[in-house]
Structures are given as structure tokens and as C-alpha cells.
Design a protein around this ligand. Structure first.
Ligand code: FAD
Length: 329
């Protein structure tokens, strides 16, 4: 038995101050990831600080026509919000593709962003893992890697960010708001999650002791023409093998603008900048969608077990863009 204290924070400042206490301290959102990791012995905090009673459960319109989502807005509530469904269907669909209704009813926006990888070596405290125990090695590279990364991997780690919501938020250029002992700050989703490099223990660029307070989504005129597609082993209640978040603006037969992010292929949601660049001004056809996807995936460094993801992503991207562009061309 390990001693574990629980405190319900009554303000953001109190939560941040408690994070400064000695011993591993963790903020508790819905607990759907953290509590599992406690049971597995992957996380062993001495104090849990519950942040779900701080009034951060609102979704507000911003002055410029975007949305500000409080950190403890539940995944179900976010997916059901009429403004999200209308302006950013990619986000509603990503959320609804994730986990189960029961988990979505509990999981929070902040906790979802910070969910840990599902790499089996990370989740098994008896195995080496550079992310869990720096310097212990990465058995996944030569081992069970079917679900793991093919882009931006390193010799230290090939884990993926497994979530769906963050992929949509990356395509939407969302901005994470957080507070530390030094005050409030923001970080864009394109820099929020990091690549593993030589320090896979860090999933994000969030400073130590930070509490996420909200996520801001800027307005996107062609947001209504957006969607999320997810390939997985089961039709529900399964993490993605690969996923695509896309928004497209087509004028005449040409792509005028596009947002594209790929999920479950890298240590962070992968913003497909190479493909986006090729697509702007290109004909809105299956050929150009496929060529852009292939160009993005040219940088892939798959293992034998996950080589299939390169073709899977190419097909997912092509099909998703075709659907958004009106299909059939
Ligand atoms: C069976 C199962 C299937 C799942 N399938 C999917 C899926 O298909 N797709 C998908 O995307 N997800 C899936 N999930 C993961 C699920 O979405 C996450 O567990 C959930 O979103 C985490 O949110 P939470 O509020 O419960 O976080 P918690 O478990 O409470 O916290 C997660 C992490 O975030 C930190 N944290 C929480 N709130 C804050 C904050 N405000 N500021 C800073 N740090 C904070 C915690 O300290 C912890 O480190 C699945 C989970 C399970 C158990």
C-alpha cells in the first residue's frame, strides 16, 4: 500500500500552489487515464488535486467568433455543444469516435490533452521504457509496435499520442491556456505535444507544475466543411490505428485552403504541413489528394509491424478530402 492524499482545490491558484508541494503531485480531472495508471504502478503520486470544481466547465463564445472551452468541460458536453457541431464538426466527430459514452461523460478537456501513450511497454511497469524510466531502453522498436509511431520517431521512443480530440484541435490551430506559479500563459497546439527526441519522458512543452485552464479555438470560415475519420480494429471503444482531421475550402475545382492533421502516427498529433502546402491551389481531385498524402508520408520510418500505416494514412487522407470536396472526382 502506498499512501495517497486527495485534495479538492477551491481555486486555480490553490491547485497550482499544491502542485509545488514535494513528492509527485498530479491534478485529477475525470481520472479515466490517471487512475488506471495508478493501478498499474506507472504513476505513483503522493497527492491528487481534484480540479473539477473550479467553474472551468463552461464553453464561451470569444469576441472574434471562436470558442473558449474550459479545462473541465466533459468530452460528451463538448461534442454535444451546438456551436461545436456547427462550426467545428471535426471536433465533435473526433470526440464521439473516442472511448465509450461512459468515459466521455467523465473525461475532461484538460485531462484528454494530457492522456498518456497506450504503448504496451509504457503501461507495463515490469518492462523497460525510456518514457517511464529514462535510459532503460525501448523494447517497442524491435517488439510490439503495430499501434505505434511511423513519423517523427527517435531511437529512444516510438510511442504515439493516442487521443482523438487533440488531432482535431491541432487541425483547428487551437491554443492551450494554462497557469503556473509564474502566472497565465498560452501555447499553440502545434507546439503543445512534442516529438520524443532524446527525452521521451516529456509528452508536452507544458512547464512543470502547470494547470491547463482552457482551450481556445479560433474562428475558421470553412470549419463547417470539416470532418474526422478514424481507422481502428473495432468500430467502437478502440483507439485509432490512424486518424485524419481535415477541413477544406474548395472554390470551383480548386482547393483554396485546407487544414490537415494525422493522429496515432507520432508522439504528437501530426500537422500535415507538406500535404497542406501541396494542396493549396491544386485541383480538388483524388489524384492530387493522394499525391499530397504520399508526399507527407514520404518521411515515414515504420517498423515491420506498422508499415501498413503508411498506406492506411494515404487512403484515409485521400478518402476524407474527397468526401469533403464533394466526392466522386
Ligand atoms: C477503455 C478506454 C478507452 C479509451 N479510448 C479512447 C479513444 O478511443 N480515443 C481517445 O482519444 N481517448 C480514449 N481514451 C482515453 C480517454 O479519452 C482519456 O482517459 C480521457 O480523455 C482523460 O481525461 P480525464 O479527465 O479522465 O483525465 P485524467 O485521467 O484525470 O488525467 C489525465 C492526465 O491529465 C492531467 N490533468 C488533468 N486535468 C488537468 C489540467 N486541467 N491541467 C493539467 N493537467 C491535468 C492529470 O494529472 C493526468 O496526468 C480511452 C480511455 C479508456 C479507459
Amino acid at each position: 500500500m502506498r499512501p495517497l492524499d486527495y485534495r479538492r482545490a477551491s481555486s486555480v491558484d490553490e491547485a497550482v500552489a499544491l502542485m509545488g508541494r514535494p513528492g509527485p503531485v498530479r491534478l485529477l480531472g475525470g481520472g479515466t487515464n490517471l487512475v488506471d495508471l495508478l493501478k498499474l504502478g506507472v504513476e505513483s503520486p503522493t497527492l491528487l488535486v481534484d480540479v473539477t470544481h473550479l467553474g472551468l466547465d463552461e464553453i464561451d463564445d470569444t469576441a472574434d467568433g471562436g470558442l473558449m472551452i474550459g479545462a473541465t468541460v466533459r468530452n460528451s458536453d463538448l461534442a454535444a455543444d451546438p456551436r461545436v457541431r456547427e462550426r467545428y464538426p471535426v471536433l465533435a466527430r473526433a470526440l464521439l469516435s473516442a472511448a465509450s459514452a461512459q468515459i466521455r461523460n467523465v473525461a475532461t478537456t484538460g485531462g484528454n490533452l494530457l492522456q498518456r501513450t497506450r504503448c504496451v511497454y509504457f503501461m507495463d511497469a515490469t518492462k523497460p521504457c525510456n518514457k517511464r524510466v529514462p535510459g532503460s531502453g525501448c523494447p517497442a522498436i524491435e517488439g510490439a509496435s503495430r499501434e505505434l509511431g511511423v513519423l517523427g520517431t527517435s531511437t529512444e521512443c516510438i510511442a504515439t499520442h493516442p487521443g482523438d480530440m487533440a488531432v482535431a484541435l491541432t487541425a483547428l490551430d487551437a491554443v492551450v491556456h494554462y497557469v503556473t506559479a509564474d502566472g497565465a500563459a498560452t501555447i499553440g497546439m502545434d507546439r503543445f505535444h512534442r516529438l520524443p527526441g532524446d527525452d521521451p519522458s516529456r509528452d508536452t512543452e507544458l512547464p512543470p507544475g502547470a494547470m491547463i485552464t482552457g482551450v481556445e479555438i479560433p474562428p475558421l470560415a470553412f470549419g463547417p466543411t470539416s470532418t474526422y475519420r478514424k481507422a481502428r480494429d473495432r468500430r467502437s471503444f478502440a483507439f485509432a490505428l490512424a486518424s485524419v482531421a481535415a477541413a477544406v475550402q474548395v472554390e470551383g475545382d480548386e482547393v483554396r485552403d485546407v487544414r490537415l492533421a494525422i493522429g496515432s502516427v507520432a508522439h504528437r498529433p501530426w500537422r500535415a504541413r507538406v500535404a497542406e502546402e501541396l494542396l493549396r491551389g491544386a485541383p480538388a481531385t483524388a489524384d492530387s489528394f493522394r499525391a499530397a498524402a504520399e508526399a507527407e508520408m514520404a518521411a515515414a520510418t515504420p517498423t515491420e509491424e506498422n508499415r501498413f500505416k503508411v498506406d492506411l494514412v494515404t487512403r484515409l487522407v485521400t478518402g476524407t478530402l474527397l468526401e469533403l470536396a464533394g466526392g466522386g472526382r
